[in-house]
Design a protein around this ligand. Structure first.
Ligand code: ADP
Length: 216
């Protein structure tokens, strides 16, 4: 099962990706998490990416394409993967087509979690995250339920970066969905509602037949 997950910052992608990972037993590849790990480890890439993420801008296509190429070739991706955060631009989408063809794979479904902008702003302002497992929590929560770590605010969840992140996502990344629409792969999911309701819709969309050939 190979899935692509789309949704603006704050749309609930991380939560649904976690559910899908548990359900299908395939890795969740989140480019934002990979970049934050590089920043935390203070690698040369992390040092380069840090100010870009803090400003809510996009890291270069060249870097992101190399990162995904390397990741999907790892052995744990043998039975499939959920990619979240890539491709965010048309050049990234074209590079991913090439990579999938090289691997003789195709995407089974492209999921788009839709949430209105005012709700995204509400969810992101004050959102807290576990620095260890990246789970997100509402404002006021003290520690992570899973590992007890003290929660922090993501640098790019600060108010000055939130609006540019949403704007850049809607202007640059949502048009990338058209790349997959022609193939009948895109399922739009209403991201307003309870987590369980949304999970049910996501699973129904993933298991519904597409106009395309079935998974290899
Ligand atoms: P969001 O919740 O904003 O979707 P992510 O955790 O997916 O956050 O990504 C955080 C940041 O990492 C983005 O704002 C961007 O700076 C960078 N990033 C992640 N994926 C990509 C990509 N495919 N291309 C360019 N930049 C990326």
């Amino acid at each position: 099962m190979n899935l692509l997950l789309y949704g603006a910052p704050g749309s609930g992608k991380g939560t649904q990706a976690n559910m899908l990972r548990g359900h299908f037993g395939i890795p969740h590849i989140a480019t934002g998490d990979m970049l934050r790990a590089e920043i935390q480890a203070e690698t040369p890439l992390g040092r380069e990416a840090q100010p870009i993420l803090a400003a809510g801008q996009y890291v270069s296509d060249e870097i992101m394409i190399a990162m995904i190429r390397n990741r999907v070739r790892q052995p744990d991706c043998g039975r499939g993967f959920i990619i979240d955060g890539f491709p965010r631009t048309i050049p990234q989408a074209v590079a991913l087509d090439t990579l999938m063809a090289e691997l003789s794979r195709h995407f089974d479904r492209v999921l788009y979690l839709q949430v209105p902008v005012d709700e995204l702003l509400r969810r992101l302002s004050g959102r807290l995250v576990c620095p260890l497992c990246q789970r997100t929590y509402p404002p006021g929560t003290a520690a992570c339920e899973a590992d007890g770590k003290t929660l922090v605010q993501r640098e790019d969840d600060k108010v000055e970066a939130v609006r540019p992140r949403i704007e850049i996502y809607l202007s640059k990344t949502i048009p990338v969905l058209d790349h997959y629409r022609g193939e009948g792969l895109v399922s739009e999911i209403d991201g307003m509602g309870t987590i369980d309701d949304i999970s049910r819709q996501v699973l129904a969309a993933v298991t519904a037949p597409t106009g395309k050939r079935q998974s290899a």
